[in-house]
Design a protein around this ligand. Structure first.
Ligand code: ATP
Ligand code: MG
Length: 365
């Protein structure tokens, strides 16, 4: 999917405007505070129904206004177009997809897959497993049609089991254990299968960003002792589960780890190298989506690229992106940060959008 057109109204410091971006690489330039991240947030809102900066989407409404709106048209690789929209009011959020109100933001996500690389992305490797599960699940979601349903059912059953644990109703647990085994195994297998498919592309992408690395591994952990089945782990851990009042084993505790030269990437790599590995992971995920036979291709948002990487790696990344069939939006304060001229370049000045040096399809507002 590529974003063919976006329109916004009262989005943070961006008053009103529209833009028809390029299906490849787009550069958004502007001084600090000009609205670059806000524009990325608007694009993100279309695919996820939420911001990547804050959980409080109401913060996106321009001060002094009562509502904000972002609408857009996306086009898949066989040419089908979809219209997307998100309208924010004080305390309300309305989603639109092809003229209807979808049941949840999952429908937007299915239509317009978006990934973000921002200064906080290193948390993917440096922090707890939640983000890594989300990373895997994002990829699996597009590859495996039954995954979301299995995950939802699993989480529902997990909630029942945890309630029974807290109420100490142990005699009722076995039926729920069996359900957890069923859906939990499906979820863990789907993640493992995805990890195995991602690894060759990760290895290939790492060659570009970390050429000194000769060996990289990705290992998914299902969330329970792999020597046992999930149901066995649930039975064995019952005393601990009863003490804690929740289920300790299952794919809700799943994770993945990266190994570099036989060592844990987390412990082995420098901060800058970790950043590059995170970039490689996210790009490998986008490449896998591109290579699979779904109509989707990912759209990638990279916020504040120049402050993230040194000049050499920054240019390597931009060259790499230019070779991919991937729509990408990069923000920067200065075009001279890049060796390559990125023709699809727009300027923001104190929330005003200028498109004077970009391709003719773009409308100036
Ligand atoms: N709800 C809002 N209404 C109006 N302005 C806002 C709102 N929220 C944030 N702003 C302002 O919008 C401006 C643009 O913020 P944004 O983060 O998009 O800038 P930026 O171009 O990414 O800057 P930087 O280069 O520093 O990252 C900031 O001055 C910010 O204070
Ligand atoms: Mg910014």
């Amino acid at each position: 999917m590529t974003l063919a057109r976006i329109e916004w109204l009262h989005l943070r410091n961006l008053a009103t405007g529209s833009w028809c971006p390029d299906p490849g690489l787009n550069l958004i330039l502007g001084e600090n505070g000009s609205g670059k991240t806000s524009l990325l947030e608007g694009i993100h809102l279309l695919g996820r129904g939420r911001s990547f900066q804050t959980t409080l989407v109401q913060q996106l409404i321009r001060h002094g206004q009562t509502e904000a709106r972002v609408t857009g048209t996306v086009s898949d690789r066989v040419g089908f177009r979809h219209s997307l929209g998100v309208q924010l009011g004080r305390g309300t959020r309305e989603l639109h997809l092809d003229g209807c109100k979808p049941a949840s933001s999952v429908e937007l996500l299915r239509t317009f897959p978006i990934r973000v690389i921002s200064p906080v992305s290193t948390a993917l490797l440096k922090e707890g497993p939640r983000q890594r599960r989300q990373f895997l699940d994002f990829g699996v979601f597009y590859e495996n049609a039954g995954f979301l349903e299995a995950w939802r059912r699993y989480m529902k059953v997990l909630g029942h089991r945890n309630a029974l644990l807290r109420e100490k109703k142990t005699h009722e647990l076995e039926a729920w254990n069996q359900e957890l085994e069923r859906y939990g195994t499906m979820v863990a297998e789907a993640r493992a299968c995805y990890g195995a498919r991602l690894l060759p592309l990760l290895q290939d992408t790492v060659k570009c960003f970390l050429p000194a690395v000769s060996r990289i591994e990705l290992k998914t952990a299902p969330g329970w002792n792999e020597q046992k089945s999930l149901i066995q782990a649930l039975r064995d851990e019952l005393p601990g589960d009863l003490r804690q009042g929740y289920t300790q084993s299952g794919p809700h505790r799943g994770d993945f780890s990266l190994g570099v030269e036989g060592r844990s990437a987390r412990a082995y790599l420098s901060r800058g190298q970790t950043k590059l590995l995170v970039y490689a992971l996210i790009l490998a995920q986008s490449r896998l989506m591109e290579a699979s036979d779904t109509p989707h291709t990912g759209c990638l948002l990279i916020d504040d690229l120049a402050s993230e990487l040194d000049g050499h790696n920054r240019n390597r990344l931009v060259d790499f992106l230019a070779e991919q069939r991937l729509q990408c939006f990069i923000t920067a304060t200065d075009a001279t940060a890049f060796n390559r001229v990125i023709p699809a370049c727009v300027h923001l000045e104190q929330g005003r959008f200028r498109t004077d040096i970009i391709q003719s399809t773009t409308k100036t507002t």
